[in-house]
Structure formats: structure tokens, C-alpha cells
Ligand binder design. Structure first.
Ligand SMILES: [Zn+2]
Length: 856
């Protein structure tokens, strides 16, 4: 299910704590869909210990090929490789299919007739196969190509597709069923396998008709690592149902590719556990970049159909502990919104889904129930859950069959409005029963976005490649041009908003909105922005007169100046960090001076190699303004980090090329050898006061030479308890989150940062000692640009209280340790790419000035 982070953290940290929306007891009264946050632990307060997978980290940098071949007929009868049996697979206890039995089942199902085709579409972070099943009537290769031509026409020439009356009759409507994205919400997988078998063998003419007019795509388990391990996250510790704007994980990129290639008109995402079954559409606020008039009509209609099918199974509260289904849009005021496009059904509409749902099946079998309930009871619950999920799938395919022409027509209309550049439409009140003023959200599309490398060419290239991977069209200007009074150089990238997927382009590139005034509480994050947080220069412009060519990838960005002498590499982008860490790993004699690495003339070949490899731009050392000679700066060595951090931070630090050893209170108490550590990073799972005397003495000895970086409440508490910097951390409201305006002032960490940062449970620092430098502060205006940040009930903790306050500070404590305190969230879910260099600069500075690196 879609647990709010605070509640999730509480759940994971204290297994007996059950949020009220989760039914721990099958005869408990139905739970409301609304969630409140309260002042629980901040997000991600769970220490990470994800194993390092160099291969997966490398895969994070590369894109996947298309998942669907358009040159082969159906069925395809691919023999899937069968993984070794794993008796520890968590599915087995529930009587459900373990991951290692899925491939044999699919191999058998493909032999049952001529309707089922299965394929491997990628691998999980943990290296497990991801399976896509296509169910449809047989098609020749020519028929497959014809279907693809129609799909392509719907997307790329929607006005003509809308005029072609024969098109909808010829086209098989694509439906996408996504199962088990949360690993410990199992039964969607088993329901999918059951329904595939029914479809494969059915003699019902209604099924033959369905399969002649539709293609059904099943992602059998979106999260095999989590399924096997019995946890929500994938093997890297990521919640895949929060990753769609970032696509940091291979499972998410596989799902994205299905949606791009198949272009489903409808989709359902199968979760658990909410009793009675929760079926979207959602409460407000609604995402402003959808064609919501089309979306809500279809989504509500299928919601009602699924409700009827689920209730029609005949399970009762008295007999089975199963309550009637609930639809948040109809049954709740707020708390289950579709604002951020980080969830599957909130991402799919940008690729043409005009009906998309999260479905939460009813009976809890995970968490403490998994470990404490008798096996018979767990299996009773899982059997009911499988029935419910199967009913939801059947209702949805019946819906797609019955509404075939309209769903295709509405998908064409979504792309047509985008291609025509029509303004965002305000949805008429009452378009479906209960659609009121509180449901109306719209946006203003600029004529285009211009993406430049004015801050970092590497950052611009990353953003362009990300947009293209999301099937957003990007062009490159042939000549310099002017827009809105500004001149842009030749080679600038242009995102023309007259394009079929303009909603997706806009939801990533726009600043977003501060929705604090409109809703009391949000389900998850309320702010994100690739435009403001990814380090590229991004401008929305109101006119577009430019000669530009479509691009399939960003142009190469690496360069080394010809002028002889030492070189400088400004750490302004994550790619600069990778390049620098690569040089350090090679043993290159690099020095660190005020946010830049200085590379001696003798290492020019190595510099040229990493410039090519990572696309980074070196300058001549004398022009950096920070280091006039080759001898300036402090010698730098590879930074070795001990990290008590959340899973996303661990992933990000490793992705940046740092050597990271996860630590925690327990690890330190067991006796930790600090001799291989340069910097301690604390944001989660480490309490100074909970250390035993020996562990504290060892840590104190480390602090005489090492560096410390902290983030969030855990980090601030560590700073205070360990007596590091003189600073009082003030906590903003716990659920506040979003994009904030900042002012960078400091030399070591802040300088060169974007004008925006990201916060979740923001903090600021007051009562600063003379040893403390303000690196970055919250702007005097706002500071929230987009997201949700209200004051606490007593008036404290609001964004006004944060205005002008220190957000990031640095200093040397009296023992000599170099310390940086973050009140912001620079690595949140691997999203704000433009903030990663701040963290790296903090690490290089802390490691270089404290001497540990020099001594080696
Ligand atoms: Zn879920």
C-alpha cells in the first residue's frame, strides 16, 4: 500500500505499531482512507544496509532497450530461464507462488494454447528476472507491425488518428496490469497468473472477443527482490512506487518502458492491504498536468465496476472479516491524492492511460501479521486477497472490452490536445457525481522550455537524456536565438510544448505549486522539479522561433582545454564527482581548493580519459579564480565514508563513486575499527547517547582527526550529543516537504549551488557559534516554491519561521573535526541531482582539511 513515510518509518522501526488505515484484525471496522501525519519519526529513519551491487549501480547509468518487439507475431512461446529454487522465498509461507516458480508456470501457460506470450524485460536491482506476459489472439508479424503503426499514429499524429473512423475498430486496446510493486503485497502476482490461465483456456466467446480486440499486458511481479525477501522495497531499499519521476531503479525503468511501448489505455496497480478494498480514483489534490476531464470519467467508471466485482465475491465482515470496497474520491475528503506522479497510476496517464488505479486488496498478511499469525490464517487471507485482485483484473478487462472505442478515442484526444498546445482545461463541476470546486486543478503550459548548460553542461545533458528516456521530444537549436528577451546560444536544447506528452514534460520541468493553502494533509511528497533541482538551466518561454533538430541523445559534453599547465575540475555536477573519484582511485595527485579539484599537468592523459568517460569539462587551473597555482589546495585522497544513512542516501553516495561502509549504533557498539574512515555521515540509525563507553571513546578518538556530515533530526541530535558545532537545530513541521528557495553564501559547500533546494521535515540552525559558517540559508521570500508546508497547530514550524535562517552550516569543532550540518535533503530518493555536488564538496572538504586523507 501507499504508506506515508512517517507511518512507514514507524511501522518498520516499531513492528507493533500499526497505522490506523491498515487492518491488523480481520473483524476490525473498515478503516478510512484518510491518513494524518502527526509528529511521528521523520522519513527514512531506518538505517540502510543494502548490499553494494556494482553491476546494478552501473546499470543505473544506462537505459534499457524497448521491451516489445514489433517484428514478431504472437504467440511467441519464449522459453524463460528458470532460476534456482529458493526455499527461503517469503511467498511460500502464504501458499503463494515463489519467484523461482514463476518462469516454469509461464513456460507451461505458453503451451496451453495460442494466446499467451512471456518474456524477460529486465532484471531487478538484486539481479532477478522481470517477466512481462502478453495475452491476445494470434497475430502475424504483419499484423503486429500494423498494430504498432496505429499506436504510433495515435501518439504522433493524433489529429489525423481522431479523424480516421476505421482506426478504433482495427486497433487492439492495450491494458496494463502491474502486480507486486511492493514486495510484501504479494497476491497481485498470483491473481495475474490465475487470470492468465483462465484467459488461455477459456472457451467463452466473450473472452475470444476480448482477446481479439485487446492486448493484455501483465508485469507479473514488479519487485521480485521484495517478493522473495518479504519486504516493501527492492534490493537497493527503494520504494519503487515513489521512483517514477526519478527512475533510479531498474524495475522502474522496466515499468516505464512497458508504458511507453504498449501505450495502455487503462492500467491497474495491485497493492495491499486496506480493508475494505481501496479502489482509486483519489481524493484531491489532483495532478494539474493530466487531461483530467477524460481521466476522471473513465477512472471513476472502472472504479465502480471493480467495486461491484469485488463486493460481488460475497465476502462479508461477519463471516470473512472483509468489508465493502471504498473509493477515496467518493468516500473520503482528502488524504489519498494523485498530486505527485511518483506512483504507477499517476505516471501512466502521461503515456496515454485514461483510466488508472491503485487497488489495495483487503486482508493484511505482512508486517507483524506475517510473523505472528498462524499459517492457516495467513493462507486463508491470501486466498481471499487473490480472489479480490483477480476480480479487479477481470472487471478491468471487461471495462476495456465494453468501452473499447471510447478509451482509444480519449487516448487520442489526450495526445491531440498536447500536440495542438491547447491550454489546460478546467474540468466542469459535476462531470462525475461529486466532482466539486475542491477537485479543480489546472496549470499554465509555457510555449516551450529551453535547457542550457549555463550552470553545468553535464547537468543539461543528464536532464535531456532523462526526458528522452521518458519519451519526451527534445530538439537542439542550430543557431543562437532569442526568447522572452534572452539570448540562447546555438546548441541549447528546446522542449516544444506542442507535443503529445507535454503533460509529462511539464510535470518534470515546471516549478510546481505551493498547495499548502488548499489541503490539510498530503499522502506523500508534494514538490519535486527537475527544472529547479537537477542542476541544468531551465527556462519556460512564451514564444518559440528557432531552427532546431530532434535529438535521440544529448551531445557529448566532456572537454579538456589545450592550454598547457594544471587543470581544474569544478565539482558542480554528479558527473564531476564521478570523474574526480575515478581520478583519486587511480592515484592521481589531486588537490582540493574551495570547491574545485586541481589536477597537475602531468595527469592530463588521465583527465582526458575521465572527461570522455563522464562528460565533464576541465578548465585551466589559473582561470578558476580559486587556485592560482598547481600547488594550491590540500592533497586529496579517496574519501572513505562510514555512513549511518537511509537507503536512498547510501545508494546515492555509492552511485557518486564513494566507498561507503554502512554503520549504526549497533555496529559501533560491537566495536568498529575507525582506521579506514575519513568521514562519518549521520542521518539515520545512529545515536551518540546510545553508544556504550568503549564505542564512544573510539568515536571521540576518530573525531580528533575525522570529518562529520549530518542531516535531519538524527544528525542534529548527533551534533548536539557529540558536542560538535555550536548550533541549535530547529525543526519545521514534520510532514513539510518540497522545493525551497535558498541563498548560498559559504565557500566550502554552498558556493556554486542551485538557487533551490529540497526539504522533507526541514530544519534550520540558530545560536551559531563563532566557529560556524553559514553555507546556505532559506530565502527571505517563501521559502517554499512548490510542495506543502504549513505551521504546526501551535503556529511554530512553518515556512515563515524558516525565512532567512541557516539551512546548511559548516565549521571546525574544538577537536579539529570538520563538520557540515544539512537542514535540507540533498539526496532525497536520489531525485535532486543538482544538489548531490553539495554533499560531495562537503565530503572532500571534510576529508581534506582534517588530515586523515593527507596522512595516508
Ligand atoms: Zn503498496
Amino acid at each position: 500500500m501507499r504508506l506515508p513515510p512517517a507511518l512507514l518509518a514507524a511501522l518498520l522501526a516499531i513492528p507493533v505499531l500499526v497505522p490506523h488505515a491498515v487492518s491488523a484484525d480481520p473483524v476490525a471496522p473498515p478503516a478510512p482512507a484518510v491518513r494524518d501525519f502527526g509528529n511521528g519519526p521523520e522519513r527514512n529513519e531506518v538505517a540502510a544496509d543494502a548490499p553494494e551491487r556494482a553491476e546494478a549501480l552501473k546499470a543505473a547509468q544506462t537505459e534499457q532497450p524497448g521491451t516489445l518487439s514489433h517484428d514478431r507475431g504472437y504467440p511467441r512461446r519464449t522459453r524463460l530461464p528458470v532460476p534456482p529454487a529458493n526455499p527461503a522465498d517469503a511467498s511460500i509461507k502464504l501458499g503463494l507462488v515463489p519467484h523461482h516458480d514463476i518462469a516454469p508456470r509461464l513456460n507451461d501457460l505458453q503451451q496451453l494454447g495460442d494466446r499467451v506470450s512471456a518474456q524477460v524485460i529486465g532484471r531487478s536491482y538484486g539481479g532477478r528476472d522481470l517477466y512481462l506476459v502478453t495475452v491476445t489472439t494470434p497475430e502475424s508479424a504483419a499484423e503486429v507491425r500494423e498494430q504498432e503503426r496505429i499506436r504510433e499514429r495515435i501518439e504522433n499524429d493524433p489529429a489525423a488518428a481522431a479523424r480516421d473512423r476505421k482506426l478504433v475498430k482495427k486497433y487492439k486496446a492495450p491494458l496494463f496490469v502491474n502486480a507486486n510493486i511492493h514486495g510484501n503485497e504479494w497476491e497481485g502476482t498470483d491473481a495475474a497468473l490465475r487470470v492468465i490461465e483462465e484467459l488461455a483456456t477459456s472457451k467463452d466467446p466473450g473472452i475470444a472477443d476480448l482477446l481479439a480486440r485487446t492486448r493484455l499486458y501483465f508485469n507479473i511481479t514488479a519487485n521480485p527482490d521484495g517478493r522473495v525477501n518479504g519486504v516493501r522495497q527492492n534490493g537497493a531499499g527503494f520504494d519503487l512506487n515513489r521512483d517514477f519521476v526519478t527512475a533510479s531503479q531498474p524495475e522502474g525503468r522496466a515499468m516505464r518502458q512497458i508504458m511507453i511501448d504498449a501505450q495502455p489505455v487503462a492500467m491497474i496497480d495491485l497493492h495491499g492491504y486496506v480493508n475494505g478494498t481501496l479502489i482509486e480514483p483519489t481524493t484531491p489534490p489532483h495532478g494539474a498536468n493530466y487531461e483530467y476531464d477524460l481521466f476522471i470519467q473513465n477512472t471513476y467508471a472502472n472504479g465502480l465496476g471493480m467495486e461491484s466485482a469485488v463486493n460481488g465475491l460475497g465476502y462479508t465482515p461477519e463471516k470473512d472479516g472483509v468489508y465493502p470496497a471504498q473509493i477515496p474520491f467518493r468516500d473520503s475528503a482528502e488524504g489519498w491524492d494523485d498530486w505527485p506522479p511518483i506512483f504507477t497510476p499517476q505516471y501512466a496517464p502521461f503515456h496515454g492511460a485514461v483510466a488508472a488505479h491503485t487497488v489495495e486488496i483487503p486482508l493484511r498478511v505482512n508486517g507483524s501479521d506475517y510473523t505472528q499469525l498462524p499459517v492457516e490464517e495467513l493462507r486463508r487471507r491470501s486466498a481471499i486477497n487473490t480472489d479480490v485482485a483477480a476480480a479487479a483484473i477481470r472487471a478491468t478487462y471487461a471495462f476495456v472490452r465494453d468501452r473499447h472505442d471510447r478509451l482509444i478515442t480519449d487516448q487520442i484526444e489526450v495526445f491531440r490536445r498536447g500536440s495542438a498546445g491547447e491550454p489546460s482545461r478546467a474540468v466542469p463541476l459535476g462531470i462525475v457525481p461529486g466532482f466539486g470546486p475542491e477537485d479543480v486543478y489546472d496549470t499554465t503550459f509555457p510555449r516551450a522550455y529551453v535547457i542550457t548548460g549555463r550552470r553545468s553542461e553535464a547537468a543539461a545533458a543528464r536532464l535531456v537524456d532523462h526526458l528522452i528516456a521518458n519519451d519526451v521530444r527534445v530538439e537542439r537549436a542550430r543557431h543562437a536565438f532569442r526568447a522572452d528577451g534572452r539570448t540562447y546560444p546555438a546548441g541549447s536544447y528546446v522542449v516544444d510544448m506542442r507535443q503529445p506528452k507535454r503533460g509529462l514534460a511539464n510535470v518534470m520541468l515546471e516549478a510546481g505549486a505551493d498547495i499548502s493553502p488548499r489541503v490539510d494533509a498530503m499522502y506523500d511528497i508534494s514538490g519535486w522539479s527537475h527544472g529547479l533541482l537537477w542542476g541544468a538551466g531551465v527556462d519556460g518561454v512564451s514564444s518559440l522561433r528557432v531552427q532546431a533538430d530532434p535529438v535521440k541523445a544529448a551531445a557529448p559534453t566532456g572537454s579538456v582545454p589545450r592550454t598547457p599547465g594544471a587543470l581544474a575540475l569544478k565539482v558542480a555536477d554528479a558527473k564531476d564527482v564521478l570523474a574526480l573519484n575515478d581520478l583519486l582511485a587511480q592515484g592521481t595527485a589531486v588537490t582540493w581548493a574551495d570547491g574545485a579539484a586541481i589536477v597537475p599537468a602531468s595527469a592530463r592523459p588521465a583527465a582526458r580519459a575521465v572527461a570522455d568517460r563522464y562528460g565533464v569539462a576541465f578548465t585551466t587551473a589559473s582561470t578558476t579564480g580559486t587556485a592560482a597555482s598547481t600547488t594550491a589546495g590540500v592533497p586529496l585522497a579517496p574519501v572513505r565514508i562510514a555512513a549511518a544513512v537511509s537507503a536512498d542516501e547510501l545508494f546515492t553516495l555509492r552511485e557518486l563513486g564513494f566507498a561507503v561502509t554502512p554503520v549504526s549504533t549497533a555496529v559501533l557498539n560491537a566495536g568498529y575499527d575507525w582506521s579506514g574512515t575519513d568521514v562519518l555521515f549521520v542521518s539515520s540509525g545512529l545515536s551518540y547517547t546510545a553508544l556504550n563507553p568503549a564505542a564512544r571513546a573510539a568515536l571521540d578518538a576518530f573525531l580528533a582527526t575525522g570529518g562529520v556530515i549530518t542531516r535531519g533530526g538524527t544528525g542534529a541530535a548527533f551534533n548536539a550529543a557529540a558536542g560538535l558545532l555550536t548550533a541549535t537545530a530547529v525543526a519545521g513541521r514534520g510532514d513539510a516537504n518540497g522545493v525551497v528557495r535558498v541563498l548560498s553564501t559559504g565557500g566550502q559547500v554552498g558556493a556554486g549551488s542551485p538557487d533551490h533546494s529540497f526539504v522533507y521535515s526541514p530544519r534550520w540552525f540558530t545560536g551559531l557559534g563563532p566557529e560556524v559558517t553559514v553555507e546556505q540559508s532559506y530565502a527571505a521570500e517563501g521559502p517554499l516554491v512548490s510542495g506543502h508546508w504549513r505551521p504546526n497547530a501551535d503556529g511554530t514550524g512553518g515556512q515563515d519561521a524558516a525565512r532567512g535562517q541557516a539551512a546548511v552550516v559548516s565549521g571546525r569543532d574544538e577537536r579539529g573535526a570538520a563538520v557540515v550540518l544539512f537542514g535540507t535533503e540533498p539526496m532525497f530518493r536520489n531525485h535532486p541531482k543538482g544538489l548531490f555536488p553539495q554533499v560531495a564538496r562537503a565530503l572532500y572538504w571534510a576529508s581534506s582539511v582534517t588530515g586523515a586523507a593527507v596522512r595516508r
